[in-house]
Design a protein around this ligand. Sequence first.
Ligand SMILES: Cc1cc2nc3c(=O)[nH]c(=O)nc-3n(C[C@H](O)[C@H](O)[C@H](O)COP(=O)(O)OP(=O)(O)OC[C@H]3O[C@@H](n4cnc5c(N)ncnc54)[C@H](O)[C@@H]3O)c2cc1C
Length: 437
Amino acid sequence: MVVHIIGAGLAGSEAAYFLANRGIKVKLYDIKPEKFTEGHKSPNFGELLCSNSLRGDSLTNAVGLLKAEMRLLNSLVMRCAEKTKIPAGGALAVDRHKFEQCITESLNSKKNIEVICKEVENPDELEGIKIIAAGPLATKPLTEWIMKKTGSQNLFFFDAIAPIVDGETIDYTKAFFASRYGKGEGGDYLNCPMKKEEYLKFWKELINAETVKLRDFEKDKKLFEGCLPVEEIAKRGEDALRFGPLKPVGLKHPETNEEFYAVVQLRREDSNGRFYNIVGFQTHLTYPEQKRVFSLIPGLENARFERFGRMHRNTYINSPEILDRFFRMKKDKTIFFAGQISGVEGYVESAASGLMVGFFVWNILQGKEPIPFPEETALNGLSQHISTFSHNFQPTNITYSLIPDLKVKIRNKKERRLKIAERSLESLKVFAMNFDF
Ligand SMILES: Cc1cc2nc3c(=O)[nH]c(=O)nc-3n(C[C@H](O)[C@H](O)[C@H](O)COP(=O)(O)OP(=O)(O)OC[C@H]3O[C@@H](n4cnc5c(N)ncnc54)[C@H](O)[C@@H]3O)c2cc1C
């Protein structure tokens, strides 16, 4: 029996790796490296489309717990992330080239995986179990097939990606290294501080800057709250940025102890610190406007932009209508969806769903019904999200609200979360042992 996996992104790679390790033959299809979607650029698999951060690593953060769970299950994405991580305070950030190389080499080294460079247009032509993991930028013919197959209207919303600047062109007499509240080593973030008048000038220019014209089909689509363009946040009020990505709290100048009215943070893109992305600056601004307005940030006056921020399509299905809790189509049990397209949001969540789907498919190939992950886990929280009815279904990042609360009341939020995490990891350890992860 061969399992067909369409898309070798974060979800498809995890599913393929898991199944191959269990002795299952996999055909892994991707249009790369011969063709690319409008957002992908790297010839490698497991490409990180925008930020190089896999977000917070602490267990007080739900994505930290999700990552801890994935590590217990020998996740490929977690293994490569550990191998290629770079300093980023309390977050797990990676050198994207090394990370993608690690994923690609791991897949290519598996004799049970046949990598096929092909755009899959009609999965019905493939016999047996299919996992659709073609991501938020799935190509048009496949998207049309999904629309036909699911019988529902395809849903779109839009993300915008943050610009990257060349580290050598930053003015280090103004920008300084420091992590918020001194977390992490030697200051993993580069900070561009603003005085009140500098901030107000920047804010006014930003809210009045020219944005890219939306095409007809892009109008009236919902923006995802977690990835709002910086100018959209700015338009919510004079101080909105100071409570968002330009939050100055916990960031003092390491030499003068000076505090600031607002701070723009830059995060390393690579281990050598050659490039930096401007944290939270995903944007719809035109390229010349990005150059003009972002050059008002102290320290970036002469910055060279290695990549400008951009706007992108983001496709996902109305999963609660279409999928069961095992990410399997209710109407056709040979079809599974995994990754962003299945209604989870984020790199880590996409990879986690791929890992789960790999396990569920393996269960079926053992002649069993899929076995759910323990109820206390973040993994289970995601499968509940994609299969629970909602009037306005939207992809979600993992949050503690998706994990059952403790039976006892603990008032302190941090303590409560740590207890929930402990409970989850304990039950998952037993599960992992029982199923030989
Ligand atoms: C522009 C953009 C920026 C994002 N930035 C972030 C971010 O900074 N942080 C974050 O956590 N999340 C981000 N996301 C959300 C999400 O986490 C990522 O999209 C993530 O890569 C999703 O993983 P995936 O495995 O579902 O899809 P992908 O990683 O996109 O993988 C899908 C793969 O399928 C292939 N493919 C597509 N169509 C076909 C076809 N017909 N046949 C064969 N192969 C096909 C593609 O080439 C690709 O390799 C972003 C999304 C977008 C669109």
